[in-house]
Design a protein around this ligand. Sequence first.
Ligand code: SAM
Length: 205
Amino acid sequence: MDLEEILIRAKNLNFLGKPPVQEHILHAEGFLQTIMDNTDRRQPGKVVDLGSGGGVPALILADSLKNWSFVLIERKKKRANFLLWAIKTLSVEERVEIICDEVENVARNKKYEESADFVTARSFGPPPTTAECACRLLKLRGFLVVSEPPTTTKRWENPALEETGLISTKTYKQENGTFQVLQLQKNPGNRLPRRPGVPKKRPLW
Ligand SMILES: C[S@@+](CC[C@H](N)C(=O)[O-])C[C@H]1O[C@@H](n2cnc3c(N)ncnc32)[C@H](O)[C@@H]1O
């Protein structure tokens, strides 16, 4: 079974949004281009994906970036089980890990703290929630790549972003979507991320 067939299964299980699977793949390729533009291509990196759901963009990235390692975090058991099946089917389980937990808990686990060259997020949450959940997972100078709604306002411009250690570096408007890139320029404040659910209930801005 190939990647497209796996994503069709995700769609049939209602783990993927309405657009056809090909559109999801194209959108994930926008993530790929954005990552490539922010990395030294000679060295494989590590990607942590927040709220992986039916596997977009993470499964497509894992299939393309052959030597890279990945951690896919998804709190819903059925989705995480689907992802486990998907990585076995793609034969990438040696370098792709699935964690069924809240991102806020994983970010506080020493094994994953400051481990990622890139954190990716598609439809994970609003900017303050995404930034708070991502910041502790990133290595210093690592990048957060977030897909943006078609009509973007200045969603990331807020003084409260400072506490996460992230700064907005570039917005990529591509054929396949719009992507915001932020870079971790200093360690996040000690209290971040707060306990599960709080980044969404009481956003930083
Ligand atoms: C709207 S879906 C998007 C899934 C996928 N990234 C996509 O774009 O198709 C958001 C996913 O994030 C998961 N999620 C939301 N908040 C989470 C958290 N704090 N920790 C782990 N998973 C979370 C949800 O269970 C859901 O599967």
